[in-house]
Ligand binder design. Structure first.
Ligand code: ADP
Ligand code: MG
Length: 698
């Protein structure tokens, strides 16, 4: 059997393959494009395409596709075969540099939020040479960006690459000020921890709600949930272990650094974390990971649920976005260093993040906003919708010392004005105890914990990169013109701490009193839902910042705001319709049928002996009858709300009505149905219960 190191990356056209299959000249030129972003000439593209094709064919590929990430949130691909007719009636396998660099899929069926008039249906895809091509099935997949003919981004990769460019530019300016003249580029890196649930295919198939919406819309609380805390890090069951083994194998072949796997808090919940890598590659890899998880689960008779809240009352699934910035030489800019200069530089980058998170709390909240994640944020297993930063006691003490110009105890020398020449080594144990913070410093990186399990990590990182680029730009503008660098630096760090310390919170983020303090005393934003936050994408300060760094145009922002709200509305409308349907055609008839059964049995008893009271039967029938009436009434109210929705003038009004009325009616219908579930005989209930679903995988 092949060992992991033998087959790792075997389906990837990576640096090893490039070196082996390209001439030194072509390789050098491609490498320059990858590392420094220089333009690619067509001669090089032709040579790369030919080598890629030969390599792909040797691995059994027959087709190629420009693999891209439209705003639907999943990935898209249109396959073309390599074949081209030859005069003798046969075919030859062809793939040109032009085909590698640019594709022209029909864009009309992808969401564009009004950016692309339908008569201009074509968009184009452009190769992203910084993310390796790979083989999936029989297809060579070429990671690409997706734009309209006017050049507007129709995908998530384009703005992500732009945001990385912005961060690179501003971070290099800062590094030069600190005397670093050798760094060629600065990149953000991400390690996304992916949570998910596994249920059996058999149970899944019996639940229309899971099949149509990815989450259960009904389900009474099971007798045993997660209260024993016996699942987290527990022994992995054989069927799950077999799934994980095959998953790892497939991911490793694709060069994805799957590293950690364990059970999560809820029953049937698990997590997979890869080793971190450059943000755009991490994004591609996370999309692939989610796709492959579902494929492998199906092979094992399982279904992988990536929804943020598949089960009410049970922990939902998130995706922790571990983020840092580093130079091409491997220096992590969020890691305290050995010398006073390095530490001053660290503190400046740290302040840049603090300022960014505070100034753009709304953008971070927006970047994780979906109908699914709204159920999770603030629901006791995930951070609240209020953004705050956890720094840990040591770092907090350092910042306080700087703020008040008092010496920090850990400081040994005082050569620099900051007075914190020697920083303590931040031990993971002291920085990562707080699991309730939405944005926590964990020693040499920040962990953004608000992402939902199904979110593409692109959105969060676009906002994070851009907001930090903006802080760095403000710093660089000021420092480049400063007469005395150290004084200016000290002043700026001190000012950042004073202006932004209200965003730093080291306590329990799950506590209700924190939400009151955050909103009432500190004035932090609390956008509970997607319709609450999304319109703020278009606030002037946000548009100015994002367009200023060339990450989005204003038209792109408008279109994205529309698309995100549209996704929200469509998602909830599908849920509401599924609910009404299930309640009418399955739940009410089941309850009614069972009630008739019980009534029949009471009648039979009475026929035998008219003096029998049959109070049990009568009680059950009365309760069930009242519940079917309530269910019918709530279905009607929900359907009325859906009808009313059609009268809304625009997407803003529509999404607000969904928040204020449709979701409320859904909640009421659910309560009635869940109550009915607890008194209806199991043999009559049309669906597997929560207990069945959560404890089904052995
Ligand atoms: P946990 O948060 O569950 O304790 P770890 O801290 O070990 O787990 O790792 C979480 C994720 O953070 C992993 O994907 C890891 O590769 C990633 N990570 C570690 N260092 C960095 C870094 N400098 N930048 C970005 N991600 C990182
Ligand atoms: Mg973590």
């Amino acid at each position: 059997m092949e060992t992991v190191s033998e087959y790792f990356g075997s389906l990837v056209f990576d640096d090893r393959v490039m070196k082996a299959t390209l001439s030194a000249k072509v390789y050098g030129s491609l490498k320059k494009t990858i590392d420094e972003g220089t333009a690619l000439d067509i001669g090089v593209a032709n040579a790369v395409a030919a080598a890629m094709k030969d390599w792909a064919i040797s691995k059994g590929a027959t087709h190629y596709t420009h693999w891209f990430q439209p705003l639907t949130g999943i990935t898209a691909e249109k396959h073309d075969s390599f074949i081209s007719p030859s005069p003798d009636g046969g075919v030859i396998m062809e793939f040109s540099g032009k085909e590698l660099i640019k594709g022209e899929p029909d864009a009309s069926s992808f969401p564009s939020g009004g950016l692309r008039a339908t008569f201009e249906a074509r968009g184009y895809t452009a190769w992203d040479p910084t993310s390796y091509a790979f083989i999936k099935g029989r297809t060579l997949c070429i990671p690409t960006a997706f734009c309209s003919y006017g050049g507007e981004a129709l995908d998530k990769k384009t703005p992500l690459l732009r945001s990385m460019g912005a961060l690179n530019k501003q971070a290099l300016r800062i590094l030069r000020l600190f005397g670093n003249n050798t760094a060629k580029c600065v990149r953000s890196s991400v390690g996304p921890e992916q949570e998910y649930f596994l249920v059996t295919q058999e149970m899944y198939d019996q639940r229309p709600d899971l099949r149509f919406t990815g989450r259960t819309l009904f389900g009474a609380k099971p007798p045993k949930g997660q209260e024993m805390d016996d699942h987290y890090f527990g022994v992995i069951k054989p069927r799950v272990a077999a799934f994980m083994e095959e998953l790892n194998h497939e991911l490793w072949k694709l060069g994805i650094l799957a590293k950690t796997e364990h059970n999560e808090v809820a029953p049937a919940q698990h997590e997979l974390a890869p080793i971190y890598t450059t943000t755009n590659i991490a994004t591609d890899h996370n999309q692939l990971t989610m796709e492959i998880m579902q494929k492998i689960a199906a092979k094992h008779g399982l279904v992988c649920l990536l929804h943020e809240k598949p089960f009410a009352g049970v922990n939902g699934s998130g995706k922790h976005n571990n983020w840092s910035i580093a130079t091409d030489a491997g220096q992590n800019l969020l890691s305290p260093g050995e010398t006073p200069y390095e530490n001053a530089q660290f503190l400046l980058f740290l302040c840049a993040v603090i300022k960014a998170v505070d100034d753009y709390q709304d953008l971070l909240r927006i970047s994780v906003a979906t109908a699914g994640n709204d159920h999770r944020l603030g629901a006791n297993e995930a951070p609240p919708a209020v953004v705050s930063i956890f720094l840990g006691d040591e770092l907090n003490a350092v910042l306080q010392a700087i703020e008040n110009d008092t010496p920090y105890e850990g400081a040994k020398k005082t050569q620099m004005k900051l007075g914190v020449d020697v920083l303590p080594k931040f031990n993971r144990d002291t920085t990562d105890r707080n699991r309730t913070s939405p944005f926590a410093f964990t020693g040499n990186k920040f962990e953004f914990r608000m992402l939902g399990s199904s979110n593409s990590i692109a959105c969060a990182n676009i906002m994070l990169n851009s907001a930090v680029a903006e802080s760095l730009k403000i710093y660089a503008d000021r420092l480049e013109g400063a007469k005395d660098f150290e004084t200016a630096l000290h002043g700026m760090i001190q000012k950042t701490i004073r202006d932004h310390k209200h965003i730093i919170f080291n306590g329990n983020g799950y506590d209700d009193s924190w939400i009151r303090e955050a909103t009432e005393k500190r004035g932090l934003l609390n956008y509970r839902t997607t319709p609450d936050c999304m319109p703020h994408l278009l606030d002037k300060k946000n548009v100015d910042m994002l367009t200023g760094h060339g990450v989005f145009s204003e038209a792109e922002l408008r279109s994205r705001c529309d698309i995100m709200l549209e996704n929200y509305c469509k998602t909830v409308v599908i849920e509401a319709s599924t609910m009404a349907d299930m309640a009418k055609t399955q739940i009410a008839p089941a309850v009614e049928g069972y009630a008739a059964d019980v009534a029949k049995s009471a009648a039979a008893k009475k026929a035998l002996d008219a003096s029998l009271a049959c109070s049990y039967e009568l009680g059950v029938v009365k309760k069930l009858s009242a519940l079917t009436d309530r269910i019918a009434g709530k279905v009607e109210e929900l359907e009325d709300a859906l009808l009313f929705l059609q009268k809304c003038e625009d997407i803003f009004a529509q999404s607000a009505m969904i928040r204020d009325s449709v979701l409320v009616k859904m909640g009421e219908l659910r309560v009635a149905c869940d109550e009915a579930e607890t008194i209806t005989a199991k043999s009559w209930w049309p669906y597997p219960t929560y207990a069945d679903l959560l404890f089904s995988v052995k």
